[in-house]
Design a binder for this molecule. Structure first.
Ligand SMILES: CC(C)(COP(=O)(O)OP(=O)(O)OC[C@H]1O[C@@H](n2cnc3c(N)ncnc32)[C@H](O)[C@@H]1OP(=O)(O)O)[C@@H](O)C(=O)NCCC(=O)NCCS
Length: 178
């Protein structure tokens, strides 16, 4: 396993951050549906991607064959955070990767996002990757601060990139040069 770490938060809660396993499929389907409904910051809403457990298992299995990293955070038996670093298989894009990150709302502000970002950036540095890229709503200040804290810079803006209930939102493209 590429990652399997235990941390103690300021309030003494124990968090496990580890690579995803196929046995997480059920929790993940539930989690993705939940976080999708907790903010309008993501590319999906409540209900997540509408995947079956079997499809989720298949996605995890495929992921494990690639060069990226997919981590999950657990408190006791509850999945509370998820982050993935997707690496392109295209020859001319193999130096780039794209990152996604979410934490369950009831745990926001407890340092879990920070721990997952640390894991991702440290992992990326051990690979031949040169860039981590992501897209974030220009008004998602919590996420923008988190990314800046980990060395990401704003390199451009996608105008009207998200459309939620007939309203458009711009997103920043942010890069972390490794
Ligand atoms: C963005 C998100 C992942 C942060 O996770 P988190 O566990 O709450 O973050 P942490 O508690 O570890 O905070 C890490 C840093 O993020 C920033 N941050 C977090 N919450 C913030 C807030 N309410 N306001 C401003 N900055 C904030 C700070 O820089 C903070 O560092 P600090 O504690 O040294 O000040 C979480 O808010 C989330 O899941 N949001 C909904 C989904 C989402 O927006 N994902 C990103 C899509 S691009």
């Amino acid at each position: 396993m590429k990652v399997n770490d235990e941390y103690i938060l300021d309030d003494k809660t124990k968090v496990i951050i580890r690579e995803v396993e196929t046995s997480d499929a059920f929790s993940l389907v539930d989690y993705i549906a939940k976080v999708g409904g907790e903010s309008d910051n993501l590319t999906f809403g409540s209900g997540g991607f509408g995947l079956t457990i079997n499809k989720e298992v298949e996605i995890i299995e495929n992921y494990k064959k690639g060069n990226g990293l997919w981590i999950v955070a657990f408190i006791n038996d509850e999945l509370v955070g998820n982050s993935n670093l997707d690496v392109s298989s295209r020859e001319r894009l193999k130096h780039t990767s794209s990152l996604g990150i979410t934490v369950l709302k009831k745990y926001w502000g407890n340092g879990i996002g920070n721990l997952m970002m640390k894991t991702m950036v440290n992992y990326a540095k051990t690979t031949r990757l040169e860039i981590i890229t992501l897209s974030v709503r220009t008004d998602n200040f919590a996420a923008i601060n988190l990314y800046k804290k980990w060395g990401f810079e704003i390199i451009g803006t996608y105008k009207k990139n998200l459309k939620i209930d007939e309203r458009y939102f711009d997103t920043y493209i942010m890069h972390r040069y490794l």
